[in-house]
Design a protein around this ligand. Sequence first.
Ligand code: PXP
Length: 247
Amino acid sequence: MDAPTPPRPLRLGVNIDLVATIRNARGGDHPDPARAAQIVAEAGGDGITVHLREDRRHIRDGDLARIQEMTGLPLNLEMAATDEMLAIALRHHPHGACIVPEKREERTTEGGLDAAGLHNQLAPIVGRLGEAGVRVSLFIAAEMRQLDAAMMLGVPVVEFHTGEYAHATGEARAAELARITEMAALAAKNGIEPHAGHGLTFENVQPIAAIPQLAELNIGHYLVGEAIFTGLEASICRMRKLMDEAR
Ligand code: PXP
């Protein structure tokens, strides 16, 4: 029997929402996000991330089961902290659920979750998901107040929002990187597995990938955009290589 493959020190979760956005533009079933999920697996991705939004603008309910059936990769379901999404998560039982803030009018998840301000709304949802064996993560800014709130809620994972890092340049970017580095170390020290994501590209991924405590990066828009030019497999392989080189 083959020895099991050891887990990678830094996993790549590929967000395939935009494949569904393209499909939905014509109302048919092509391109199929479940086929994209299979390519992610073949290309060396470690997980599939999807965000089932309230307005179903990209991934839809029916995609979840198909993605789970068609790949053996762990599914990370990004979800708003609502009763509707909780029921869906409990029904589909993804490997992980990442609770994100959600506004209808935003183009993407623009900021982190206010875990501190929303403690009472989040606590029962985190509790129910945890009891069901779903690994809960909170998508938060790399701020002490938010990390403290995540600790109070007892989540096993936080994902730091790297959007500000990605959009900044020069000293501002260095300051964002320092903040994420410090918070990742603090999360790990307190028994929380730190992840990161949003706005990561071939150009900006390596300093983030080099943060030793980070266990997973979730990347979508750039990989799917780049796939238009090089194919999804090539785009994922290149990202994987850059991440591995940074470690
Ligand atoms: N992580 C979370 C929680 C997100 O909401 C998103 C965007 O949907 C990503 C990662 C990926 O961001 P991007 O598409 O910019 O790579």
